[in-house]
Design a protein around this ligand. Structure first.
Ligand code: AMP
Length: 297
């Protein structure tokens, strides 16, 4: 596996592979890798001639400085794991190497994540999705034409990134955004780098996010279509001592900004704090007409 310290070298490496007609799979990460990341990587390796990953903890997407400073760093183990999961190249970078045109990070021009950033993460983490698209734009320009693999857990992020990929086609950069299923612990808790900061009892408690979504899914299966009723069912299931709920929302994944009282299709979204750690999760309630794979651009 080739390890490259900055995006310039990565761009040269990727362009060389592309010129030889090889297809590229790309998995952007912030490190502290776990089985969720590896599932993306394995799929990228399977569906492409080559696959690469990035490890960059992007300061632009952290609206909470404490969250950024506490973000786990397991770089050495990550490099070994990437190699073991079929990665051909990994690159890193700094704000200065990703944005060489500015001499001061405050001057980095943030991109607009568009209408899909309204609500949920867009409301509760101001500036987060702006920071995500701003760095993913640079990551995509670094790698060039590729299939890029994202996790369903960060569903709204993946939708926003898909819009970004569509816009990049105007610059002749062609990216297919592929959304892959959430990998979970045995108790249902969605794997996340932040779980490293949870105690065993916190992890048990945190599985309530998954159980609340399952409860919502059962309610949908039993015929309930009222958005408000579904949200109340999910929220009630999440209301437990030790869990500070930020949102328990149900949306039509195909009609993101809909205000309809009854939903045609539904996906549940939850965000909550356990011992100060922010966790999110999501689940399709019905047979999502927009299956994750159909999001390929
Ligand atoms: P992160 O390192 O948290 O920025 O995540 C990098 C990518 O891995 C994102 O596309 C995430 O959605 C994805 N990811 C994170 N956790 C999981 C999981 N449990 N299952 C599948 N994909 C995941």
């Amino acid at each position: 596996m080739v390890i490259l310290p900055d995006p310039g070298e990565a761009n040269t490496w990727c362009a060389r592979q592309g010129n030889q007609g090889l297809t590229m799979g790309f998995v952007p990460t912030m490190g502290a890798l776990h089985a969720g990341h590896f599932s993306l990587l394995q799929r990228a390796a399977r569906e492409n001639d080559l696959c690469c990953a990035s490890i960059f903890v992007n300061p632009l997407q952290f609206n909470d400085p404490n969250d950024l400073s506490a973000y786990p760093d397991t770089l050495e183990a990550d490099i070994v794991a990437l190699e073991n999961h079929g990665c051909d190249m990994v690159f890193r970078g700094t704000l200065s190497t990703f944005f060489p045109e500015v001499d001061d990070h405050e001057k980095i021009r943030k991109l607009d994540p568009g209408p899909l950033a309204h609500g949920l993460e867009g409301s509760f983490r101001p500036g987060h999705l702006e920071g995500v698209v701003t760095i993913v734009d640079r990551l995509f320009r670094t790698v060039g034409n590729c299939r890029a693999y994202f996790g369903e857990k960060d569903y709204q992020q993946a939708l926003v990134v898909r819009d970004l990929a569509d816009a990049l086609a105007e610059d002749n950069i062609f990216i297919s955004v592929i959304i892959c299923p959430t990998v979970r612990a045995r108790n249902g808790l969605a794997l996340s780098s932040r779980n490293l900061r949870l105690s065993d009892s916190d992890r048990n408690l945190s599985s309530a996010l998954f159980r609340a979504l399952v409860r919502g899914k059962h309610a949908w299966s039993s015929g309930i279509r009222s958005k408000e009723e579904l949200e109340t069912i999910v929220a009630d299931c999440l209301a437990k001592p030790g869990i500070r709920v930020e949102y328990a929302a149900v949306r039509d994944p195909e009609d993101w900004t809909s205000n309809a009282e009854d939903l045609m299709a539904a996906r549940g979204f939850v965000a909550a704090y356990v011992s100060g750690i922010r966790l999110i999760d999501t689940m399709a309630f019905g047979s999502d007409r927009m299956k994750p794979d159909s999001l390929q651009g």
